[in-house]
Unconditional design. Structure first.
Length: 319
């Protein structure tokens, strides 16, 4: 049985945060952010025949003759043969042809993989990392320093020699933040990460959970910024960029260490440093690993369509 949720955001967030695989993509506010990008947002609780629950936030768009259904926070709850029941509910709910895309951040389990493989297609997509780095935070800053690799600790000490300032972000810095992103994108030869509208909307919608720290030099130029999203005792690396000047004086080490100190003060247990690509971005991998984090393989990205032909072409369809 599929039950649509129409209650308060606090009640939704409390319900989903009880699951160990919960991440911020399932938060009520994330749905409100995506609504501004013209997605239709629905939130559901699915109850199977054994009275077991699955929670998920569902985003809907129409593209040509297709309904695109995206579940960015995955299915929260036990994955078993209730997947077949859920697909049956989707077929009743969505008329015509549709595609369901589910992004699972939960840790890979062979049993989950085998169940999903019966009806879904596993997709390897560069925009979705199949691995992440998870840092178990200690109780004190001194213990955190011990967890750092020798090279990471050395670069952090280097950053302190430049006497740069670290301050909280405020909205007057917004255009300067965009310039830091632009500088990083040009240096790394990567596509634009956020438009001004997208970034402003993201910061506003998720504001209740975000802490952002900014590194300034003597001229008050922004060298680096980093945002962490904290919900209860979990945290996620959320936004980050460092300018070419900031890279030369190790600003990202200074900023990251201060963010981790803040998380310890907020009693955070686990910090998700987000995805890694060891083949194409070994430097970022080494930076994250140097904090004392460990690698987690995720269940990953899966697709289902009620059309045989679309299922064969599904990896070529962008959401």
């Amino acid at each position: 049985m599929l039950i649509e949720y129409n209650g308060k955001k606090e009640e939704w967030n409390n319900a989903i945060s009880n699951y160990s695989e919960f991440d911020f993509y399932s938060l009520y506010e994330w749905g409100e952010y995506k609504k501004k990008e013209n997605w239709i947002i629905k939130r559901y609780k699915f109850i199977n025949k054994n009275d077991e629950n699955l929670y998920f936030q569902l985003l809907i768009k129409k593209k040509f003759f297709l309904k695109l259904i995206w579940i960015p926070g995955g299915l929260l709850g036990k994955i078993d043969n209730n997947i077949n029941e859920l697909i049956g509910e989707f077929k009743k709910l969505f008329k015509g042809f549709f595609i369901v895309r589910i992004s699972f951040s939960k840790k890979f389990k062979d049993s989950d993989y085998k169940i999903l493989k019966q009806n879904f297609t596993k997709i390897n997509n560069k925009s979705f990392a199949n691995k992440t780095m998870l840092l178990t935070l200690p109780n004190t800053t001194e213990e955190l320093k011990i967890k750092l690799s020798r090279n990471w600790r050395h670069n952090y000490k280097r950053s302190l020699k430049y006497k740069n300032k670290i301050v909280p972000y405020n909205s007057k810095m917004f255009n300067n933040i965009l310039e830091v992103y632009k500088d990083m994108e040009n240096n790394k030869n990567i596509a634009k990460i956020y438009s001004p509208y997208e970034l402003n909307s993201l910061l506003n919608c998720m504001n209740d959970y975000i802490t952002t720290r900014v590194i300034l030099n003597d001229n008050n130029d922004i060298l680096s910024f980093r945002s962490v999203l904290i919900y209860k005792n979990k945290a996620w690396d959320f936004l980050a960029a460092t300018s070419s000047k900031g890279r030369k004086n190790y600003s990202s080490y200074f900023n990251t260490f201060e963010i981790l100190k803040h998380c310890i003060q907020e009693k955070v247990n686990n910090y998700d440093l987000s995805g890694i690509d060891m083949e194409n971005n070994i430097g970022v991998y080494n930076f994250k690993k140097g904090t004392g984090s460990f690698e987690i393989k995720k269940l990953g990205l899966w697709h289902y369509s009620n059309s045989y032909i679309i299922n064969k072409l599904i990896k070529f369809i962008n959401f």
